[in-house]
Design a protein around this ligand. Structure first.
Ligand code: ACM
Length: 663
């Protein structure tokens, strides 16, 4: 390969071109030639390692499915012509560890490809790069000539999934592990207990799952299956049992652990609730000692998450006994009591060889310096933790349930501290407003922005280039197994009933769902509220609107052909005609369709005005802007994303010298 090896920043705008890699490698140089993938394509691995063998088999199956070409794979000594050679110096099949070497080198030229890594984790990462490199050309599939020397910026690149608010069975978890692996994420943080459900089988305390889960829990065999599945993909599994708050589900079976007498029932609503473990009774610690002995044996990772967020102090304040205990120990506030609890839990975990992680509320004086702080209430806590000598991971700014844009998450950088206390970050998927059908579309593709931010060098931050790569990667993630794209059409079909599916799709393509803040304010939600409406089907960032925005920005010059914009705006104006209101779900779509029709009509007026060549008056422009502002307000818990390209046209009109404003 002749290409010059240069750092990603030097490539500058070239990053926007192919290849569509996420995360972008730390060093990449494009070559001139290409490696054709034809029926002679073969893969050989020069190492014996079960995890490697499985990974290569998965890669070959994926390549065959994508290209339609049967591909040979072999393990052992290399002989004859080989298309892809994989060298691994020291195969490591064990459970992955924080700080494992994930680096790899990849060389692709017309003569063949070589993937080299110190341990098999690097091979896993390199195979994902290879899979993303596959391109279709006029003469068939090929790998572009390239030299890549890659390694992660941060060792902790996670996804947290809440399986308590909405139950997420094993297949949902596994397909998301596949997608995580595809973008080189390496920590699966499993939020296993909360007020609304206790999701793990305990053999020692079976009433936890028997009374606290509605039957929706993982058996210990299933937990082991998921851990093995993750391990095979180079992903660590961190369990979280959230205590002492967010603990209602524990108390249904074991009310004696509560700070108030009970009885308790599984919580069906969303929010912060009063039930809290009693930090003052020795019996609480006896219970937790036995419970944690069981769970620390089940989960092999040395890191263990104890939650610790959002403690409602009502029960503590109301109990004379708890207040007397606090006074006796000189605790002035509820956080003092929480700190005491954490110190006790940290000691138990330490006895079992585990390192405690908690949400940033656990950052009090007195916990041992080994603790890891997960920053969620604001980025400041990450710096504060580092200053005090604790290691930290960033989740503030990575909350996927808020439905911010990929660009928002992409720009949120954990930063670095000289002491190396910042381990990385985690995207967080809380599941009050998603179920098994919609969870993937709230994680993907936006979590890929977090994946790149945490893997790629800090100076890889061109948002336009990232977007250019995100669209193809998003498509390929659906082939990997997540259903963020594939669940869209059936959900719209179901809403449509007997009406025109195409008209519903036009509306859904033109809107974007709001996140937790707007949804919780809009109506009362509980665990039994169906998540089957337009807001649930619509995806957080509309690709078709993004395309229209590009057209609108390009289409502002006089004489520009705006046929596609005109056709789309016309379609929007026609929507209401084709949407019946014969059921509850459709009535809502029909009302959004009427608003969309207004946006379309304004868009057409702007195009007509532009076409006339006459200048628009300032008042005319202001009036349109005000209408658009109004149409952009939340309705049916969605945003009319369609407003954006129309506003782009209007903005261009007030700027364009060819369409100077007359007064
Ligand atoms: C949290 O979002 N309560 C950690």
């Amino acid at each position: 390969v002749k290409g010059l090896l240069i750092s990603a920043t030097l490539i500058g705008t070239a990053i926007a071109a192919n290849p569509s890699l996420i995360p972008w490698p730390s060093r990449i140089a494009l070559g001139q030639d290409r490696l054709v993938i034809d029926s002679g394509f073969s893969v050989v691995v020069d190492a014996q390692d079960p995890r490697l063998a499985l990974a290569v088999t998965r890669f070959v199956a994926r390549l065959s499915r994508q290209t339609g070409i049967p591909i040979q794979e072999a393990f052992g000594p290399i002989s004859g012509r080989v298309s892809l050679t994989i060298h691994c110096a020291a195969p490591a099949s064990g459970y992955p560890k924080l700080g494992d070497d994930e680096s790899y080198q990849l060389e692709v030229s017309a003569a063949g490809a070589t993937l080299t890594a110190p341990i098999s984790t690097g091979v896993l990462r390199g195979l994902e790069t290879l899979a993303q490199l596959v391109e279709a050309g006029p003469d068939g599939f090929f790998l572009p000539g390239v030299t890549i020397d890659d390694k992660p910026r941060f060792p902790w690149r996670g996804l947290m999934l809440d399986v308590s608010r909405h139950w997420m069975p094993v297949p949902v978890v596994e397909r998301n592990l596949d997608a995580m692996a595809a973008v080189k994420m390496n920590v699966f943080h499993w939020h296993l207990s909360d007020d609304q459900g206790f999701r793990v089988e305990s053999k020692r305390f079976p009433k936890l799952q028997q009374l606290g889960s509605d039957g929706h829990f993982y058996t210990q065999a299933e937990i082991r299956q998921v851990i093995d599945y993750a391990r095979d993909r180079g992903i660590r599994v961190i369990p979280e049992f959230d205590i002492p708050g967010h603990a209602t589900s524990w108390l249904v079976g074991y009310p004696q652990l509560g700070s108030a007498p009970g009885p308790y029932q599984i919580e069906r609503n969303w929010g912060i609730f009063k039930p809290t473990l009693d930090p003052t009774r020795e019996t609480t610690y006896t219970f937790l000692e036995a419970f944690l002995a069981e769970m620390t044996a089940l989960f092999p990772d040395p890191y263990f998450h104890i939650g610790g967020d959002e403690i409602d102090e009502t029960q503590w304040k109301a109990s004379g006994r708890i207040q007397a205990f606090a006074k006796k120990h000189g605790f002035k506030t509820s956080p003092d009591l929480h700190s005491y609890f954490n110190r006790r839990i940290q000691a138990i975990l330490k006895k079992h060889g585990k390192i405690m992680i908690g949400w940033d509320e656990i950052l009090h004086d007195g916990i041992e310096p080994s603790a890891v702080i997960q920053s969620w209430r604001g980025k400041d806590s990450l710096a504060e933790a580092a200053k005090k000598g604790y290691r930290g991971i960033l989740s503030s700014g990575y909350y996927l349930d808020h439905l911010n844009t990929a660009a928002f998450h992409y720009q949120n950088d954990p930063g670095e501290d000289p002491g190396g206390h910042i381990l990385g970050g985690e995207a967080c998927m809380w599941t009050e407003y998603v179920d098994t059908e919609t969870v993937d579309s709230r994680i993907w593709p936006r979590a890929a922005a977090v994946a790149e931010r945490l893997w790629s060098p800090a100076d890889v931050r061109d948002i336009a280039a990232f977007h250019g790569r995100l669209i193809p990667v998003s498509r390929s993630l659906d082939w990997v197994g997540v259903q963020h794209r594939s669940n869209y059409a059936p959900m719209l079909d179901r809403i449509a009933g007997n009406s025109e599916e195409a008209a519903i799709r036009t509306v859904a393509d033109a809107v974007e769902p709001f996140g937790i803040d707007i949804r919780q304010a809009a109506r009362h939600y509980s665990s039994s509220t169906p998540l089957n409406r337009l807001v649930d089907a619509a995806r957080p960032e509309s690709e078709s609107i993004a395309e229209l925005e590009q057209l609108a920005r390009a289409g502002q010059k006089p004489g520009q052909n705006n046929d596609q914009l005109r056709a789309t705006f016309t379609l929007w104006t026609l929507g209401p005609e084709f949407i019946s209101q014969d059921n509850y779900l459709l009535a809502e779509v029909a009302s959004v369709a009427r608003d969309l029709a207004e946006v379309g009509a304004i868009g057409l007026q702007i195009l007509d005005q532009m076409k006339s060549g006459n200048a628009a008056t300032e008042n005319w422009i202001i009036e349109k802007k005000q209408l658009l502002d109004k149409l952009e307000q939340p309705r049916a818990e969605v945003r009319l994303a369609a407003v954006r390209p129309v506003r782009d046209l209007l903005d261009g009109m007030s700027r364009s010298p060819g369409l100077a404003v007359s007064h």
